[in-house]
Design a binder for this molecule. Structure first.
Ligand SMILES: [Zn+2]
Length: 77
């Protein structure tokens, strides 16, 4: 069995641990960015005819109400 010094062992141990943390950080950062991009283009609408509050995905300015079908502009905050 090859002998390794205690310093080399702890250096490899710490570098291995840091590599795992760095890999997990990259994975979750990329995953959150993909989820955020999906949620970003979601807009809220309020029907001025029946009062229904609903949301739609996409870049549309006008979306029909699911209850009565009236076309409403998206809410601006
Ligand atoms: Zn409606």
């Amino acid at each position: 069995m090859p002998e390794i010094s205690i310093n080399a062992f702890f250096t490899a141990y710490i570098l291995g641990g840091m590599s795992v943390v760095f890999a997990l950080w990259l994975y979750y950062d990329r995953r959150d960015r993909i989820l955020c991009d999906r949620q970003r283009f979601r807009h809220a609408y309020r029907c001025i005819k029946c009062g229904e509050l609903y949301d739609r995905r996409g870049q549309r300015e006008v979306a029909p109400c699911p209850k009565c079908g009236f076309a409403n502009d998206r809410l601006r905050f």
